[in-house]
Ligand binder design. Structure first.
Ligand code: NDP
Ligand code: 8X3
Length: 253
């Protein structure tokens, strides 16, 4: 197993949910962690909690210039990264495609696809040059399985899955590893964001279930990243145990 103290980790979307839990998991194990997000107060709170092993970086992943500039200013102890967790993302809306908001679609594409690409393009060359590094993504079961209202969100996560697999092909022989983490239902702020702040709708998603926790997913990220460097986990797909599949729906009459 790799010594976590040797890891210099970038986590995008560290202000909440899976990203915050992952930043905690690595920092408390002795890694140096840079966490990003747009909500500076959340990042400062995480720094207050985790101390000198956490460096906050307020940046919107959709702004490539800002992202590149912010990453260039990371203190020495935290760079160069040898683990990059491109996790920042969101679902917006659950309407059928014919009724969905085009702005929601734009925001998902800008964040889940373009922001993720900016993150990788800004960090991958240094890992390839160092012949050491690990890129992990937060994909989703929605990238494999369709559901009503999943339209653009699921398609962005299908992009993430295929990009991850293609990246494995590109970095072959460089020592860089690539893993797509593909969770099912995790109770975070995900549904609150999806329903544009409607707490009742969000709570309804998790009511009566035992959803996975952000810590459950952080553990998967930590596991994949601390395996010996000879091991590349391509994909980890996990449902909450209470989740399963439905039969095909057939419209009749
Ligand atoms: P949260 O809403 O709790 O966290 C989302 C994180 O993404 C926040 O830190 C948020 O930070 C950040 N983020 C969103 N947009 C931007 C942006 N433009 N720039 C920078 N950061 C951004 O949800 P989760 O933790 O659940 O989501 C994390 C990832 O997990 C997402 O990619 C999501 O699609 C994926 N996922 C979630 C599942 C679930 O059931 N919860 C299941 C499968 C995948 P801020 O708002 O401060 O910028
Ligand atoms: C989040 C899981 O099923 O809400 O990616 O799309 S789901």
């Amino acid at each position: 197993m790799l010594d976590p103290a040797t890891l210099r980790v970038l986590v995008t979307g560290a202000t909440s949910g899976i990203g915050a839990a992952t930043a905690r998991r690595f920092a408390l194990a002795g890694a140096h962690v840079v966490g990003t997000g747009r909500r500076a107060d959340r990042l400062i709170a995480l720094r207050d909690e985790l101390g000198s092993h956490f460096h906050p970086l307020e940046v919107d992943v959709r702004d490539n210039d800002a992202l590149v500039a912010a990453l260039a200013g990371v203190p020495e102890a935290f760079a160069p990264f040898n683990v990059v967790f491109a996790n920042a993302g969101l679902a917006l809306g659950l309407e059928p495609a014919q009724a969905a908001s085009l702005k929601d679609w734009d925001d998902m594409v800008e964040t889940n696809i373009k922001g993720l690409l900016y993150t990788i393009r800004a960090t991958l060359p240094a890992m390839v040059e160092a012949k050491e590094g690990h890129v992990l993504f937060t994909g989703s079961v929605a990238g494999d399985y369709p559901y009503p209202g999943g339209n653009t969100y699921g398609a962005t996560k299908a992009f993430v899955k295929q990009f991850a697999l293609n990246l494995i092909a590109d970095v072959a022989g460089t020592g860089v590893r690539v893993t797509n983490i593909e969770p099912g239902m995790v109770e975070t702020e995900f549904s609150l964001v999806r329903f544009h702040g409607d707490a009742a709708k969000s709570e309804n998603v998790y009511a009566g279930t035992e959803a996975m926790t952000a810590e459950d997913i952080a553990e998967q990220v930590f596991f994949a990243s601390t395996l010996p460097r000879r091991v590349n986990i391509n994909r980890i797909q996990a449902f909450a145990t209470c989740q399963s599949f439905s039969p095909f729906k057939v419209s009749r009459g």
